[in-house]
Design a protein around this ligand. Structure first.
Ligand SMILES: [Fe+2]
Length: 274
């Protein structure tokens, strides 16, 4: 496959000509590419007209996560959202499945409609294996002492998860970061705050821990903010990356679809308490 690098990580494949179906790309080869480079963008291809077509395509990558709504999450701003996921606000860094029975290995996104130039809404991805490689060992050792306890109630779950901040990739054993970035409690524009608690370091070192970790996650050497174009398909490695969202203009026509693909074998969530 003819790929071009994305900075600072990931690969892009551009359609050789208009009308090329995305289904003409070899799925096992794409899956291997995502495992190696963590993110693959397919741009300019003929994509799926319906959620059902997207879901059927994703089954080629593995078993799908099934939610109360099915396999395809429609990410569209809601008028009065009960949760920040359906708002136009910033979405803090997190990993998918952290509150679910199983952690998906891949996310497949299709951009049904881009928010439009100047409207924000980039999906942000941080390459956490690279973050740890580029962090001095003393700092990484301090981060390794920290455990996050996360509690979140929303339409689809009410869960508590406990996870070390530095964990091993479930397949390769490479150190990766599992972290849900806190949002200021007084940020009234953020709908439905989760309850987050961090232990393992003295209280006075925790603020420095969050500041340092956040700076590393958002460092341009590790962060890719994807600016959506209508028709984009992006496939990502949820075992290694954390992701979030830049705020966007309320009312912008941003519409993404997301499917989660489980690993082979599926990974039971090691941190789920209930
Ligand atoms: Fe997510």
């Amino acid at each position: 496959m003819n790929t071009t690098p994305i900075t600072p990580f990931g690969r892009a494949i551009h359609a050789p000509e208009a009308g090329t179906p995305v289904t003409s790309l070899d799925v096992p080869a794409l899956r291997a590419l995502v495992r190696e480079h963590h993110l693959v963008l397919l741009r300019g291809f003929d994509v799926f007209a319906t959620p059902g077509e997207l879901s059927a395509y994703c089954e080629g990558f593995g078993e799908l996560s099934v939610w109360p709504f099915g396999t395809v999450l429609e990410l569209v701003e809601q008028e009065k959202p009960e949760d920040h996921i359906f708002d136009h606000s910033h979405m803090p860094m997190h990993w998918d499945g952290m509150y679910r029975e199983q952690i998906p290995e891949f996310q497949v996104f299709q951009c049904v409609h881009a928010p439009g130039p100047g409207n924000g809404g980039e999906t942000t991805f941080s390459q956490t294996a690279a973050v740890l490689e580029n962090t001095d060992p003393e700092t990484a050792a301090r981060w390794s002492q920290v455990t996050g306890t996360y509690q979140r109630t929303m339409e689809y779950y009410d869960s508590v998860t406990v996870s070390p901040v530095v964990d091993a990739h479930p397949v390769t054993g490479t150190p990766v970061i599992r972290y849900n970035e806190p949002t200021a409690a007084d940020d009234a524009g953020f709908v439905n705050h989760p309850d987050l608690a961090f232990t393992g370091l003295p209280e006075d070192q925790l603020a420095e821990f969050h500041t340092g970790l956040r700076a590393a996650l958002y460092d341009p050497a590790h962060l890719y903010a994807h600016t959506w174009q209508t028709g984009d398909v992006v496939i990502t490695d949820n075992y290694t990356l954390l992701h979030g969202r830049n705020a966007f203009t309320s009312g912008a026509p941003r519409h993404l679809r997301r499917v989660q693909v489980l690993g082979t074998p599926a990974l039971d969530n090691p941190g789920l308490v209930r």
